[in-house]
Design a protein around this ligand. Structure first.
Ligand SMILES: Cc1ncc(COP(=O)(O)O)c(C=O)c1O
Length: 396
């Protein structure tokens, strides 16, 4: 990686900086973004396919509910695990067959806050957490923050870039404490099937570990519904967020459903780490759960589905390999080995030559990362079509 790292601007670390900061890698896509902004500044029309958030704004009634909360003075600390009405509303979103009681729901500052609470309550120094490679990069850093050891396990296209029960059992060691699965995943958009999730739950519980399931892209799925792991167990941590499906990335509201045995520990940690989650944003999130807003979100889901259905075959036509059609999120993890064996340089070249910004595989792990790039379809269909045209010119 050193050639890549050297490309990133770095100032020398202060002598008194903790060693753990040195272990955290920067987002390589920031380099792409900086260049993209420089190109835009110079008058080029950049098509942004590197973004990790919905292009839709927060629905108007949700934003208004947030403003109303401000006007009503709902600006003080609230209970550490969230306002009761929101905890109840979140619990009620789960189907009756697996609905948790509201006291197992904690509202958190984004799902990022949920991960800090989970790892802070679970990990002792040296404990291992199994993570998929490729996967969402921050998770490994959360584990490091609590002095755990993130173990990245290569998950290939044949397994849908996801864990299987067998892969988990093979990777398990006596230090393994937990397994984290993102389904659908960032960067691949692929989901774990219901049957495999049932097998995974059985394996992890038999091995005496804890399962953490990141369901932040639930709702943004375009085929059969991806089932929550709550159907299989009440001993796992289930993470979700208002960021993606609800279009509220900047409001910073997420949630977790925890096993009852952890309620006291998580409450203490939440009180200390956050005091509480942004109060007006919780009232906005409450409004986001109402029927009229959900109807709008479902229309948006259909738009994302159309974009996926355009982009995946178009990329295949260009010569990228997309061995597994993504089930959800708004990402395509494309194998670019027909064009390059250095996806970072490739992403820079694509940007310079075509003005299309994409994310290199090195942001998501070390398994064949040089042969993969991530396309985000959080952009209009017309822009996706233009991007494909530009790429066609460049690749030919
Ligand atoms: C898989 C995954 N998990 C968690 C997050 C964090 O989301 P937030 O803290 O906004 O809920 C992201 C954001 O991109 C993500 O892609």
């Amino acid at each position: 990686m050193s050639n890549h790292s050297d490309n990133l601007r770095r100032s020398p670390a202060p002598d008194n900086q903790a060693a753990r900061i040195g272990e955290i890698e920067p987002f390589y896509v920031m380099e792409i973004l900086d260049r993209a902004f420089a190109l835009e500044h110079a008058g080029r029309a950049v098509i942004h396919l590197e973004v990790g958030e919905p292009d839709f704004p927060t629905p108007v009634p949700v934003a208004e509910a947030g403003m109303q909360a401000l006007r009503e003075g709902k600006t003080r600390y609230v209970s550490a695990l969230g306002v009761d009405a929101l905890r109840e509303r979140i619990a009620a979103r789960y189907p009756p067959a697996c609905r948790p009681p509201p006291d197992r729901v904690a509202v958190t500052p984004g799902s990022s806050g949920a991960f800090q609470l989970i790892f802070g309550s679970l990990i002792d120094p040296g404990d291992e957490v199994l993570l998929t490679d490729p996967g969402y990069p921050c998770n490994a850093n959360f584990v490091r923050l609590f002095e755990g050891v993130p173990r990245l396990v290569a998950c290939d296209a044949a397994a849908g870039y996801q864990f299987t029960a067998t892969a988990i059992e093979t990777a398990w060691t006596e230090r393994t404490k937990a397994v984290l699965i993102g389904t659908p995943s960032n960067p691949t958009g692929t989901a774990v099937s219901s049957d495999e999730m049932t097998r995974i739950v059985e394996s992890v519980e038999r091995l005496g570990g804890t399962l953490i399931v990141d369901e932040i892209y639930h709702g943004l799925t375009y085929g059969p519904e991806v089932r929550t792991a709550l159907y299989d167990t009440d001993r796992a941590f289930i993470v979700n967020s208002f960021s993606k499906y609800f279009g509220m990335t900047g409001w910073r509201v997420g949630w977790l459903v925890m096993p009852s045995a952890f309620i006291d520990g998580i409450t203490k940690l939440a009180q200390n780490l956050f005091i509480s989650t942004n109060t007006p944003a919780q009232y906005a999130a409450l409004r986001a759960c109402e029927e009229d807003v959900v109807a709008e979100l479902e229309r948006r889901r259909e738009v994302f589905r159309q974009r996926r259905d355009y982009l995946v075959p178009a990329l295949r036509e260009l010569g990228f390999k997309v061995p597994v059609t993504p089930d959800g999120a708004f990402y395509v993890y494309a194998d670019c080995s027909a064009f390059t064996n250095d996806s970072y340089e490739f992403a820079l070249e694509v940007l310079d030559s075509t003005g299309v910004a994409i994310t290199p595989g090195c942001d998501f792990g070390r398994y064949r990362h040089r042969e993969h790039v991530r396309f985000s379809y959080a952009n209009h269909l017309g822009k996706l079509q233009q991007a494909v045209q530009r790429l066609a010119g460049f690749l030919s």
